[in-house]
Design a protein around this ligand. Structure first.
Ligand code: P6P
Length: 334
């Protein structure tokens, strides 16, 4: 008997979402389609890294003072190109670009959304074949439609995000995105070149066994964070453990695992870097939006990530994210 197992593609899903909201204009569906297209192009390059001359440094430094890998630049150009020539985005901010880029053409100025990207997070892992990812954040503009987007469109708190997501280029390529309606995961089916629904209605387990942190910085962390890490190390069967320390050094891979299986990821502030390393707008806000939609929590150690009022595109923040009960235990650690 033929199995009529219709697997919904990303485009079919976003169109279905529109049917549920007759007032929807289709711009968000179009924006997600554009991001999916650029992600497929990045997937092709990432999966042949090593075969062609795209490994290694591009010989330039980004605004963070980090060596820029050639794939970083390629990925940034893919997202920039697709969105600039689409009809759903008025401008983008990116880890790879010093300032926001306002597309400022007649069609783009009428678009009601702006996007922020980390086009290829974890790029230091490219040369050693470790999973890397794209992270994106989508806001409705606060500036006047018909005119160019402004800085204020990009400096909104994370709780104003319309949608957020990531693509993980790993053993398979998956696109996960969240709206206020929930979190859904789509795996790239290379036989048809489409992202297809593989993880509907993702829920972050209330607790888990994974804790993710760079132990090399242990003595740079606050006493509270050190005490919580020690608590994790001392967990036994009797009190919800034993825990496993898993830290890939690629945030998309670490947070994705903890989202699916339960766990906590921490990039705390340190004595010499009180705001830590990770960027608020295009790394922490998108993941905080996704994990909260899935039932988890995300803070900077003091407040919800999503409530932080940004002041600069590339600002950093300490970052704690994961299963609700594990985050509660961290917060209650004295
Ligand atoms: P560290 C990758 O460079 C990244 O931005 C994140 O993907 C990752 O979680 C973090 O930095 C790793 O930083 O200092 O532990 O190597």
């Amino acid at each position: 008997m033929a199995i009529n197992r219709h697997i919904q593609t990303l485009d079919e899903f976003t169109i279905q979402q529109m049917r549920d909201f007759p007032q929807a204009t289709g711009e968000l569906a179009g924006l997600l389609r554009d991001i999916g297209l650029a992600s497929k192009r990045v997937h092709v390059e990432v999966n042949k890294a090593g075969l062609v001359d795209i490994l290694g440094d591009a010989g330039t430094m980004n605004v963070q003072g980090e060596e820029v890998k050639k794939l970083d630049i390629f990925a940034n150009n893919q997202f920039m190109g697709v969105l600039r020539h689409g009809i759903s985005c008025a401008g983008i901010g990116s880890e790879e670009m010093d300032d926001i880029v306002v597309f400022n053409d007649e069609i783009s100025n009428k678009s009601k959304y702006v996007c922020l990207f980390d086009p290829l997070d974890g790029s230091s892992n490219i040369d050693v074949n470790v999973s890397i990812g794209t992270i994106f954040s989508i806001y409705r503009r606060v500036s006047e439609l018909g005119k160019p987007a402004t800085q204020e469109d990009f400096l909104q708190p994370g709780n104003k995000q319309v949608a957020a997501g990531y693509v993980i280029y790993g053993s398979s390529t998956m696109l996960v995105y969240a709206t206020h309606r929930g979190v859904n995961g789509f795996t790239l089916d290379q036989s048809i070149g489409e992202f297809t629904m593989s993880h509907p209605n993702i829920v972050c387990p209330e607790s888990g066994k994974f804790y993710s942190v760079n132990h090399g910085n242990f003595f740079q962390y606050s006493d509270k964070v050190q005490r919580y890490i020690t608590i994790c190390q001392q967990k036994t069967k009797e009190n919800g453990g034993p825990y496993t320390q898993r830290y890939i050094g690629s945030m998309v891979a670490d947070v994705h695992r903890n989202l699916i299986k339960g766990g906590i990821f921490m990039y705390p502030g340190m004595k010499d870097k009180p705001n830590g390393k990770l960027r608020l707008l295009y790394e922490c806000n998108p993941f905080a939006f996704i994990v909260e939609r899935a039932g988890g929590k995300a803070t900077d150690g003091q407040q919800r990530i999503l409530d932080i009022q940004p002041t600069a595109v590339h600002q950093r923040t300490p970052f704690f994210i994961g299963s609700k009960l594990m985050m509660d235990e961290l917060e209650s650690t004295s």
